[in-house]
Design a protein around this ligand. Structure first.
Ligand SMILES: Nc1nc2c(c(=O)[nH]1)N(C=O)[C@@H](CNc1ccc(C(=O)N[C@@H](CCC(=O)O)C(=O)O)cc1)CN2
Ligand SMILES: Nc1ncnc2c1ncn2[C@@H]1O[C@H](COP(=O)(O)OP(=O)(O)OP(=O)(O)O)[C@@H](O)[C@H]1O
Length: 299
């Protein structure tokens, strides 16, 4: 499939051109730890969380029961992914288009988005039936930040998968011209820009990202997020949160974009210790703040 088929339906790119965004948790560290521990608490009947901690800290103590439990969780994740993919496939195109616009409008009009200076966002893939981000990316690219010389402009970072071992970078783009389809048929930036210069990696940037817009297959109102199973986002988020902590930066606000059919009842989404909870959901009906940071910033 060529780049057109892929997606970026919006990125249909008639419009794309530039961007960025913002932060979060440091203001309420205690509330945040509470939020994080609550959100990642395993189902009462499972020992998987505790077992995985043991696996991480003392690998030789991994038990057969722990492995079985974690396997069961991954099996549940696979089952839920396939259920949600079917629902997305069956979604009425008119409803999808309505929800794509509604979600993007919520974001474009939100004060937390308008004020964000550095933003990480995914380039939506219509073949994967992801919530469209093309309007957002277009707006950001049309109003770039030129290193602090713009009051409203944003600097934009988008994902670039480096290998199949969970290595994903977020690199700066200022135009869609150099986007190419990767092996998963998702548009992503070439490693160097049109002038042959390396793109800035967000992990090497001097300033913190304010907001990350996240894709996913299923979400709930307590912040759980089910991805596509690659572990790319969870790994990147863990590394970025660690970097922000080391640098004493405010943590970025993690905002997931969700069609109505992707919002699950509490308890439906299985989680493991490496799953990073989101701060807020944007749905066609509006923003749902979840973490203390989101409640503080998104009103
Ligand atoms: N738009 C977008 N960009 C992104 C991601 C994403 O989810 N969406 N990623 C987020 O990680 C990374 C790429 N990871 C991906 C992981 C899986 C598939 C995928 O096509 N999965 C198939 C199932 C494949 C299989 O099971 O073998 C699918 O979901 O149907 C695509 C991208 C980085 N860029
Ligand atoms: N921070 C991490 N460190 C080590 N392994 C990880 C980390 N995050 C995820 N993984 C591993 O990646 C694999 C996929 O994880 P999981 O099913 O939770 O991905 P996902 O949340 O669906 O994907 P994504 O994070 O890309 O949206 C699992 O084997 C998981 O243990």
């Amino acid at each position: 499939m060529g780049a057109d088929g892929l997606v970026c339906r919006g990125l249909g790119l008639g419009v794309l051109m530039a961007i960025p965004c913002k932060i979060a948790f440091a203001a309420a560290p205690n509330a945040l730890s509470l939020y994080r521990s609550l959100i990642l608490r395993p189902p009462p009947s499972s020992v998987a969380f505790r077992s995985i901690t043991i696996m991480n800290n003392r690998q030789s103590h991994t038990t057969a029961a722990a492995v079985t439990d974690i396997d069961a969780i991954f099996k549940q994740k696979r089952a839920l992914r396939s259920r949600v993919k079917k629902e997305l496939k069956n979604m009425d195109p008119t409803l999808r288009s309505y929800e794509d616009n509604a979600i993007q409008n919520v974001i474009l009009e939100a004060p937390w988005f308008k004020t964000c200076k550095r933003l990480c966002a995914y380039i939506s893939c219509s073949a994967l039936r992801e919530v469209d981000t093309s309007n957002i990316l277009s707006e950001v690219l049309q109003n770039p930040a030129t290193d602090g010389h713009s009051l409203t402009g944003k600097k934009l970072y988008v994902p670039r998968v480096e290998d199949r071992n969970r290595n994903m970078r977020m690199v700066n783009i200022s135009s869609v011209r150099d986007m190419i389809a990767n092996s998963m048929n998702i548009l992503e930036p070439a490693p160097v820009d049109a002038d042959g210069n390396d793109r800035e990696d967000v992990m090497q940037a001097n300033d913190p990202v304010d907001v990350l817009l996240l894709p996913g297959l299923a979400f709930d109102k307590s912040g759980r997020r089910l991805g596509r199973g690659g572990g790319y986002y969870d790994t990147f988020l863990m590394n970025y949160q660690e970097l922000a902590k080391e640098r004493k930066w405010k943590q970025p606000l993690l905002v997931a974009l969700s069609y109505s059919v992707q919002i699950m009842d509490d308890g439906v989404i299985p989680v493991t210790p490496t799953d990073v909870p989101v701060d807020a959901l944007v749905t066609p009906s509006g923003l749902i703040p979840i973490s203390p940071a989101a409640m503080e910033r998104c009103h």
